[in-house]
Design a protein around this ligand. Structure first.
Ligand code: SF4
Ligand code: SF4
Ligand code: FES
Length: 754
């Protein structure tokens, strides 16, 4: 994911920096142009992924014909400018700034966690400051424990980077500046939430003021080996590095200038299947089980290469391949493609962050795909984007960026799609059959069914009129809907006939890769083998099956991200057991290593014939992403065949929505200690009244054959009669829960849960 915001494709300009002729485009800052041309300008507060902070003044330069110093991070480069970045006056001024920074910032780097990667330490040496010439009276400013992160105000240089990422990137707006001369500090206004995206703030902190609590005093930065990889938890595949010593992952870091991680990516790294040795008896049984299996079930937490191996096994043995979430997404995208003519949606995350109007539909986006939410937030902060959020549940954590919440009845997504498309295609020339479909819609009836009023749609339409650059973000609520195919076709009209940047956010894990690589089936039959899922014979990376498998941080391979990028993962922790490739080889396939299949991934689905070891994995100096490759676009034949919108019966009474809390996605995030959180059935007081439940009562209910035993909790911030039920804690049963996310369940009261 690249979230570099300053790339502009304006008019060409030529300027001279330190005697070097630099060509660029209008709209970029002097520092951007300098970096494009490998010219170094020192900074303390600059952070590429946010708007210029302009608090440090270290980036000063001189421009011929302009009096005084110019902040290169803020000033736009102009055609013909002659810029000087280094001279003795600039040096002295920067040195003075560093002297001021060092007032009362104890240079006790030997005991500081940031030592070795601290910008203050580096610049202090760069500007030859061997002593602290000024001091002020010391004040007692105790370290504050903010949960995942601790804050030491005595080390804080008030650069504001942390505040900016909390506002412009994660959007939680938890961190604020408190001005007070030498007692100025950063205030965490959401301390009670044990706020995991603070990790993002700690990552960008240039000094040791914000540090990860779990990493504190554990290792020096330079003792850790950096292993570049990609986060496998949601479909984001965010760029990350595992930092490892003695076969233990100490922390996860990222290229924070250009990318961001959510709390799951940053803290959910300790899920390796450890201390496994080769159990040849279990392996023989596994080979037999796979050979004779009628159905192979698997969770979407799997690499592209493993998905390919399973497809090859299917071709060898004739077994069905069952991966319910990926299958739902596959069917949805195939129906979508049959109207759009393209295999995948054409939208990108960068397209979202550049939008001035965004519609979110059918997803609890912050919980489902944090990085997508970050891009929506960027659009809101950088372009004052209007954000219309269509969902049956109002997410209070989105309140600060949502400009229009459109609440619809759970189950009425087909009617909502039709209303939305009718609104967005208003005034656009469409072929006769599409026009006939739109003309036949009974808007009054659809509005009544869905509860989306015509005046709400009118407001949405009007707000779009004043804007340009639109995004539509749709998600998991739609994929397993009983009318998913028809919903997909209706929404694909937006892709086909408008300029919307449409993103159909894939569900958990590598569901997109699986959906492209495997011919999946619907019905489980006969004897079953499960890979990280309940079955007759279980291959498990969770360490609780019949044969152990490596977790994704113990494997080389690739993932396919929601930005349609194929990105590499590398081995962060050793693994001593058998892998899926061994089983495949025992069945007659022939590859020494799993990554031999990287180059065999299906070209007709957009993959490329490239060796794993040649996949790039870096961001260049201006923030362009060179990680793996982007799937090639594939055209698909069009068969419109839109049906009439079906009548919708509606749910009455209490409904349960399958939704994991923030930072939890699967059985793998569940076993990561820093993310530990108890799973409750969460509902409003209204839900409690409707179901006659009291806060703290234990209940049981069944979804997709999985029995949930939960303590019910009233959440006073919630409204309505839909409760939230997480699935991440159900171990091997977690991937079984994959039907339409809203369920009318029979809730039984049971005795106290231990
Ligand atoms: S905590 Fe770190 S990032 Fe935040 S203002 Fe202080 S020094 Fe800057
Ligand atoms: S869980 Fe998703 S959003 Fe979070 S770091 Fe991982 S891939 Fe990115
Ligand atoms: S980098 Fe320009 S003011 Fe800090």
């Amino acid at each position: 994911m690249s979230i570099h915001n300053s790339i502009n494709t304006g008019k060409e300009i030529t300027l001279t920096i330190d005697g070097k002729v630099c060509k660029s485009t209008f709209g970029k800052t002097i520092i951007d142009v300098a970096r494009e041309n490998d010219i170094y300008i020192p900074t303390m507060c600059y952070l590429t992924k946010v708007k210029p902070i302009a608090s440090c003044r270290m980036c000063i330069v001189n421009v011929d014909g302009v009096d005084g110093n110019i902040l290169s991070c803020q000033e736009k480069a102009t055609d013909g400018a002659v810029v000087t970045t280094q001279n003795s006056k600039l040096y002295t001024e920067r040195q003075n700034i560093m002297k001021l920074y060092n007032v009362n910032h104890p240079l006790e780097c030997g005991v500081c966690d940031k030592s070795g990667e601290c910008n203050l330490q580096n610049k202090t040496m760069e500007f030859g400051l061997e002593e602290q010439p000024f001091t002020t009276r010391d004040q007692h400013r105790p370290v504050e424990n903010w949960g995942h992160v601790s804050y030491d105000p005595a080390l804080c240089i008030m650069c504001e980077r942390c505040v900016r990422v909390s506002t412009e990137i994660t959007g939680d707006e938890a961190l604020k500046l408190h001005f007070g001369g030498y007692s100025s500090s950063i205030v965490n206004t959401k301390i009670d939430k044990n706020y995991a995206s603070l990790g993002e703030a700690a990552a960008v902190c240039p000094v040791g003021a914000l540090v990860d609590t779990n990493f504190k005093y554990r290792s020096n930065a330079w003792e850790l080996e950096k292993i570049p990889s990609s986060c496998p938890h949601c479909g984001g595949g965010c760029q990350m590095s595992y930092e490892v010593k003695h076969d233990t992952i100490y922390r996860v870091t990222n290229n924070f200038e250009f990318t961001s991680l959510c709390g799951a990516g940053r803290y959910g790294f300790d899920y390796a299947n450890k201390n496994v040795v080769k159990d040849s008896k279990a392996f023989t049984k596994a080979v037999e089980a796979v050979k004779n299996a009628n159905s192979i079930l698997f969770a979407p937490q799997i690499s592209n290469e493993e998905a390919y191996i399973l497809q090859k096994i299917k071709e060898l043995t004739g077994a069905k391949l069952i991966s319910p979430e990926a299958r739902a997404y596959q069917k949805f995208m195939r129906a979508y493609a049959s109207v759009s003519g393209k295999q995948l949606y054409s939208g990108t995350l960068r397209g979202i962050s550049k939008s001035t109007a965004i519609i979110i539909f059918g997803t609890k986006i912050y919980d489902d795909a944090p990085t997508v939410k970050y891009h929506i937030n960027m659009a809101s902060k950088w372009h004052r984007a209007r954000v219309a959020y269509m969902h049956p549940l109002e997410d209070i954590e989105m309140k600060n960026i949502v400009t229009q919440f459109m609440k619809y009845e759970a189950g009425s997504e087909e009617a909502v799609s039709a209303l939305l498309v009718e609104t967005l295609l208003d005034g656009i020339d469409v072929p006769k059959d599409v026009k006939a479909f739109l003309d036949d819609l009974d808007i009054g009836n659809l509005s009544a069914e869905s509860n989306i009023g015509e005046e709400e749609l009118e407001l949405l339409r009007k707000s779009l009129l004043k804007k340009s650059g639109f995004s539509l973000v749709v998600g998991s609520d739609l994929y397993a809907h009983p009318r998913a195919k028809q919903i997909a076709k209706i929404l694909a009209l937006v892709e086909k006939y408008t300029d919307f940047n449409v993103v159909c956010v894939p569900p958990a894990g590598n569901a997109m890769g699986v959906s492209l690589i495997c011919e999946l089936d619907d019905e489980v039959t006969g004897s079953t083998v499960g890979y990280n899922i309940e079955a007759d014979f279980v291959l498990s990376a969770l360490g609780n099956g019949d044969l152990d498998m490596p977790a994704l941080n113990q494997q080389e391979g690739t993932l396919t991200t929601n930005d349609k990028r194929v990105v590499p993962m590398n081995v962060a922790q050793s693994y001593g057991g058998y892998v899926l490739n061994d089983i495949a080889n025992a069945l007659g396939l022939n590859a020494e290593y799993t990554i031999e299949y990287t180059k065999a991934l299906p070209i007709d689905k957009g993959f490329r014939c490239v060796e794993f070891d040649t996949l790039p994995d870096y961001f260049d100096t201006i923030g362009m992403e060179h990680r793996g490759y982007i799937l090639d676009e594939r055209e698909v034949s069009i068969e419109l065949a839109l049906e009439e919108v079906a009548e919708f019966d509606g749910f009455d009474g209490a409904v349960v929505y399958m939704c994991n809390p923030k930072e939890q996605f699967s059985a793998f995030t569940n076993i990561c200690e820093p993310l530990r959180t108890e799973a409750f059935l969460l509902g409003s007081s209204q839900f409690a009244t409707a179901t006659k439940l009291k806060d703290g009562e234990s209940v049981s209910f069944v979804v997709d054959g999985v029995t949930f035993k939960r303590v019910f909790k009233i959440d006073t911030s919630m409204k309505g009669t839909i409760a939230l039920n997480p699935t991440y804690d159900m171990e091997l049963s977690t991937p079984l829960v994959s039907s339409y996310r809203f369920n009318k369940v029979e809730i039984q009261k049971i005795g106290k849960l231990i």
